[in-house]
Design a binder for this molecule. Structure first.
Ligand code: SAH
Length: 416
């Protein structure tokens, strides 16, 4: 496809008679063409030849020589163009219809999760750029689908997305959890809406023989921390006979998996009374015993535990993102270092620490360095046993490091 074939081509956003037209072609600068060819999915206004703000739409992206680079979605924010992967030439048009585009991408995403679509399964169905659907997240909790939309074009295309998804996945309820600050960049409102079917306040999912209560309308993120599934499985596998401390526990996901795995006790700590109440309800529902909850600031609780000479054989440290922006990194790094040190000092001999960060801005090597610094000078040796991340339903795009936000390390106090 070349721009000259296009009916609506107007890389400068204007037709021959000077009136604005709906261009479905975007041409990149030579430098940006190189980035896009190497797989970078985010492009900015300066990367586009016309440089003018583009109304939100699906476009065909061309390199500096007019060669096809696939499809993209334009947006009103600084992030002017998000790539949506290769697409064959369309008959007589630059781009497919919204219906054809979304159905093909949704089918690919759903097919990739085949085998994880049981009635009680929780799984991320669409993970934005990684599924070539930038600005769209879809989580499935049984027959409830929860969407998170951060692109104006996707928002305006919900009529082509929601009925198709609901039908393909036999959903009884589709919810938009659009209460995320990143929507402000595209001028989209903060809202929680029922897009299809009934309003469900709670839905149960089963993960590794543990039932979790998900609250699609009010829970954190889209209702649950689906991304920590691999780490919960690891904790379950390590827990037998161990005393467990679950720090920043939310609804006690890690603690419940530890108790199911045979932990002798689990102390779950969070500042949220509501989250702890849910943890206790879920423990009862799973018929596990040995859960203790404590409401408080983790920084204070770990110091108190230390003063009382308490020790644990397995500690999970899963704080919220301390660095919401690059500017906040120095303070966040101090927070991670201090907290990891405090947690390591509570480990019994041969005890494990599962330590996490979900800060985009803190990359894996830097996080490892902070944990190394936290363990320096302790009266025992600390070994790194494993690196984990989000589950494979949250696949990272190898050319898009920003998509690898969750880093998890398994550390162990070696010997006495
Ligand atoms: N580990 C959880 C997710 C943790 S999310 C899971 O796997 O499901 C982060 C949690 O930290 C939230 O529940 C929040 O209430 C809690 N939190 C944030 N700051 C805190 C603090 N200073 N002390 C205690 N809890 C805190």
């Amino acid at each position: 496809m070349s721009s000259s074939e296009s009916q609506t081509n107007a890389a400068d956003g204007a037709s021959n008679d000077g009136s604005a037209v709906a261009s479905t072609i975007v041409r990149l600068t030579a430098k940006a063409s190189g980035f896009a060819r190497r797989g970078r999915p985010w492009l900015f206004r300066d990367d586009i030849v016309s440089g003018a703000p583009m109304p939100p739409r699906l476009v065909r992206v061309l390199d500096e020589n007019g060669r096809d680079l696939g499809l993209g979605i334009t947006g009103a924010s600084k992030l002017a163009l998000r790539m949506c992967g290769p697409w064959p030439a369309c008959d007589g048009a630059d781009v497919p219809t919204r219906e054809v585009f979304f159905q093909a991408r949704l089918d690919a995403a759903i097919d990739a999760r085949a085998g994880r679509l049981g009635p009680d399964d929780g799984v991320r169905i669409v993970h934005s750029e990684s599924d070539w659907l930038p600005g769209l997240v879809v989580d499935r909790y049984g027959d409830v689908l929860v969407l998170q939309v951060t692109s104006s074009f996707v928002q305006a295309s919900l009529d082509a997305i929601v009925p198709y998804l609901a039908d393909r996945l036999s959903a009884g309820s589709v919810v938009a959890r659009n209460d995320v600050p990143t929507r402000k960049r595209e001028g989209l409102p903060q809202e929680v809406e029922i897009l299809h079917g009934t309003r469900k306040l709670e839905v149960a999912i089963v993960e590794g023989a543990v039932t979790h209560t998900v609250r699609p309308l009010t829970g954190h993120k889209t209702g649950f921390y689906l991304d920590q599934q691999p780490a919960r499985a690891l904790v379950k596998s390590l827990a037998k006979g161990r005393r467990v401390l679950d720090l920043f526990c939310y609804q006690g996901g890690f603690a419940l998996h530890a108790l199911r795995g045979g932990a002798t006790s689990a102390l779950a700590v969070d500042q949220s009374e509501e989250a702890l109440a849910q943890a206790e309800l879920d423990a009862a529902c799973n018929q596990v015993t040995g859960l203790q909850t404590r409401r408080g600031n983790v920084f204070d609780v770990v110091r108190e535990l230390r003063e009382k000479n308490e020790q644990f054989d397995l500690i999970v440290l899963d704080p919220p993102a301390f660095a919401k922006s690059r500017r906040e990194l120095p303070g966040a790094e101090r927070g991670y270092r201090d907290l990891n040190r405090l947690a390591l000092r509570l480990l019994a001999p041969n005890g494990f620490l599962v330590t996490c960060t979900c800060s985009h801005h803190l990359d894996g090597p830097r996080f490892e360095e902070l944990v190394r610094q936290a363990s320096a000078g302790l009266p025992f040796r600390v070994a790194m046993r494993k690196r984990l991340g989000a589950g494979d339903d949250h696949a990272t795009l190898i050319t898009h490091p920003e998509s690898e936000y969750l880093k998890v390390l398994l550390m162990q106090r070696v010997g006495k």
